[in-house]
Unconditional design. Structure first.
Length: 174
């Protein structure tokens, strides 16, 4: 009995040590962490999840009258594009995404639509400092499932940037 406990305790110690090493590696290696997160995000962003897509498309984005110069904060892998790809009221789309590892997933995902009627640009910016976006230049800002992942006190900075880039009368959808 004592031998089994020692073996079990030793095995658990090794597993805990490996997990700690893995977490430490992820904390120190931004590129690997971003690749892992991009892959994870792509797996959970399922456009075939009709309940979630109904909420996104029909209840949030469709009824919000998305139009004009559109900027999406946290464009990720492009999961909102099933709701936006054929919107002829959109003149241009800018995706703000600090994780460049998601860009290939984004572009692969939107290839399924032959003709998107507006230009698409992805910017490697932070939502707290969108210096590449002019003040009062955006008609619609979209930000779904993003604020919950931004640590304090940064949400205030994000909201100040949204206020800065939105045209007077512009819409903020979150």
């Amino acid at each position: 009995m004592g031998r089994c406990v020692k073996i079990l305790f030793g095995s658990l110690s090794i597993i805990v040590a490996l997990i700690a090493i893995g977490i430490g590696y992820l904390k120190m290696n931004d590129l690997y962490r971003q690749k892992l997160f991009a892959r994870f995000l792509n797996k959970i962003s399922d456009p075939n999840n009709t309940a979630m897509m109904d909420i996104r498309c029909n209840q949030l984005l469709k009824h919000s009258n998305v139009k004009g110069q559109v900027l999406e904060i946290g464009s990720g892998t492009g999961i909102n594009f099933p709701c936006l790809h054929n919107n002829t009221n959109i003149q241009s789309y800018i995706g703000i995404e600090p994780n460049v590892q998601t860009y290939s997933y984004f572009y692969d995902f939107i290839k399924q639509w032959d003709k998107i009627p507006y230009e698409i640009h992805l910017l490697n910016d932070s939502a707290t400092d969108m210096h590449e976006v002019k003040s009062n230049s955006i008609d619609t800002v979209i930000m779904t499932l993003v604020l919950c992942s931004i640590p304090d006190p940064l949400p205030e900075k994000v909201l100040l940037e949204v206020h800065r880039i939105l045209k007077p009368g512009g819409k903020f959808i979150f």
